[in-house]
Each structure stands twice: as C-alpha cells, then as structure tokens.
Ligand binder design. Sequence first.
Ligand SMILES: Nc1ncnc2c1ncn2[C@@H]1O[C@H](COP(=O)(O)OP(=O)(O)OP(=O)(O)O)[C@@H](O)[C@H]1O
Ligand SMILES: O=P(O)(O)OC[C@H]1O[C@H](OP(=O)(O)OP(=O)(O)O)[C@H](O)[C@@H]1O
Ligand SMILES: [Mg+2]
Length: 365
Amino acid sequence: MAALPNFFTLANVSLSSSISAKRRVTITCCASPATSFPESVAEAAAVNGTAVERSEVRIGLPSKGRMASETLDLLKDCQLSVRQVNPRQYVAQIPQISNLEVWFQRPKDIVRKLLTGDLDLGVVGLDTVSEYGQGSPELIIVHDALEYGDCRLSLAIPKYGIFENVNSISQLVQMPQWTSEKPLRVATGFTYLGPKFMKENGLKHVAFSTADGALEAAPAMGTADAILDLVSSGTTLRENNLKEIEGGVVLESQAVLVASKRAVIERSAVLTTTHEILERLEAHLRAVGQFTVTANMKGRSADEIAERILSQPSLSGLQGPTISPVFCKRDGKVLVDYYAIVICVPKKDLYLCVQQLRGIGGSGF
Ligand SMILES: Nc1ncnc2c1ncn2[C@@H]1O[C@H](COP(=O)(O)OP(=O)(O)OP(=O)(O)O)[C@@H](O)[C@H]1O
Ligand SMILES: O=P(O)(O)OC[C@H]1O[C@H](OP(=O)(O)OP(=O)(O)O)[C@H](O)[C@@H]1O
Ligand SMILES: [Mg+2]
C-alpha cells in the first residue's frame, strides 16, 4: 500500500484510547499542513459551529454509484437496516439506533458536508476523503478497511510511442520531452491529489485537465499524455492500451467510515453512536475474515501435536489450537493414533496455514 501522505495516528484525542483498541480500527486524522491548506476547506471547517446544536446524529451514505448498494449490504450484515421507502428519498432511519439519521448523498458531498458540520459520520472511499478532505484535520478515519470498493488511484501512460520503454515514475520524470512550453498533459478528476503527487515526485512541467469520466480515452484522442484515475481490475486501462508504472500509485483505497472530529469530540451522542456502529462493523468484519480449519494429525499426545503446530510461524500467533483425540478400536483395544485439530485462521493467512499444517503432517482438510 502506498504511504498516505499527511495521515497520522491521532493519539492525543480523548476518544482515541477507547476506540483505537480495536483491531484494524484506526483513529487517524489528516495532518494539517497549514501553509498549503486551501482556504475554501479551511473556511468550511471553521463554520462547523452548527454541529453543536443538533441532537440527532447524521450519517451520510452514498446515494448512487457502485458504493451505494454495497454500503447498505454491509450495514444490513451488521443488523443495521436502513429504512428507505424509495430511492429518491434522501433521508432515512436505522431503527436499531434511534437518534441516527441517514442522509443519502453523492460521495464527494458526504466529505464536503462532514467539513461544514452538516453530517457527523459518513461512508465513502478513502480516495474521496483524501481528494475532497484535502488534508483537513477536521476529518477522522474511524474505520479504514470496510473491505469493499477496493481500487487504487494510479498514474497511467500509453504502452506505445514515446512511452514504450517508460515503466517507472522516475523514467517519466527524466523524459526530455517535458518543458514549460510543452508540459506533460495529465487528465484527471483528482485535481487536489494529482498536482500534489506530481510535485512530490519532482515532475515540474505538468499541466492538468479535468473530465468527469472516460478519462482513459484522452491519450488516444490526443488530449492528454497520461491519466490519473481509479483502477480496480485494470480492464479499462488494458482496453485502452494504457499501462500503470512503478511508483505511480498515489493511494490504495477502499470504503472507510469517516467522522467529523469536532462532532465526535463535542457531542457525546456522536461518540456513543460511532462506538455502536464500530462495534457492529468490527464484529461482522472479524467474523467474515476468519476461517475455521480442521485437520487430522498423527502423534503421540495432544501436547506433542500442540508443540508441533505452535512451532510454525503462521500458526504460532493464533489462539488455540483445539486438539481432540480421535479414538479407534484395534485388536479389541481402544487406541488414539490421531488427533483432530481445529484452528481459526484469518482469511489472508489461509493458504499459508494449510501449507504449514501439511508440512507437519496434517491431513484431511
Ligand atoms: N472501478 C472501481 N472498482 C471499485 N471501486 C471503485 C472503482 N471506481 C471507483 N471506485 C470506488 O467507488 C467510489 C464511487 O465511485 P463511482 O464511480 O460510483 O462514483 P463517482 O465516480 O464518484 O461518480 P460518477 O462515476 O457518477 O461520476 C470511488 O470513490 C471509489 O472509492
Ligand atoms: O480497473 P477497472 O476495473 O476497469 O475500473 C476502472 C474504471 O472504473 C472507474 O470508472 P467508472 O466505472 O466509475 O466510470 P466513470 O468514468 O463514469 O466514473 C474508473 O474511473 C475507471 O475508469
Ligand atoms: Mg466513477
């Protein structure tokens, strides 16, 4: 994952100790580079005063696009059913949390409204928080991995012509073609992150153009040399003869739960509701991320099997294993040759765990 510029763990906010104890939950806050902070956002954050007077808690959910239905599905899996009578109704309730109002908004407007204090919480892609939050210290990432909406913001160039042998950002920067008269033309919808990334990578001669969609067509049309856009499967780039380059990923993104720092700090109802949502998200995400592996293993005793399992690097950090004798009858005697073992494995470690269990004599998975 590319390092996220301007994000750091927020250790000195009073709520952090209680929330950040959870696995995969980080309370992070965009650092505030005061000098480069755009005035419009700073002003928006400053007029956040209305938030203090509201008693109900407002969460913004994507009203349309690919994040909309998956967000509702996730909440449903957490037993938080959003009651929306029809898709054109922009406000809804979640009966399980009585003082919570759901507002359906476009993802970028969710971030904007968190900054103005019109929303307290929101679910959007990290790319949207980073682009429209513009490093504002007013935004707190409450949960950084809701496990959908995975994509990356990445720079892509044509596979052909002058770019044929260019495969990294440093090679792109060193190309003699880019001058102040003829800068590298980049098409992007990310007008904050794009210039920031190029500056950080030393690309001086660059000009940006914006469009709302189908950016991948710009190089073939001759209107841009490169594009900076979201990539998920990579199909759109491939179909348009474009390639990503080494060092060209601006950020890795997925859906996150974001909060207004001020609302969380100043209004106890927001903090309580944030905790409640977080507990439910964590319980659900932990459960779906875990697999139970059962296997048989030959051995002299349960202790010996336990030692063998716990000596393996991918198995030693687990809670357990549960080891039970498997009884059989041979020549009229009840014997234990095998033990049944049960371990709980995070999804990402599943393959390695099974390999390591096999390596120490596990079978019958
Ligand atoms: N190809 C993709 N695969 C997975 N997630 C994506 C992809 N493209 C975007 N996303 C995520 O989904 C979010 C919403 O994208 P979506 O395309 O639905 O809306 P949008 O691009 O903001 O709006 P619109 O396409 O209507 O202009 C993005 O901010 C990003 O986090
Ligand atoms: O790597 P892939 O899986 O091919 O996905 C990447 C494409 O998905 C997004 O477009 P979207 O579908 O949102 O259309 P848009 O350009 O109209 O926003 C993004 O802007 C890319 O064009
Ligand atoms: Mg889109």
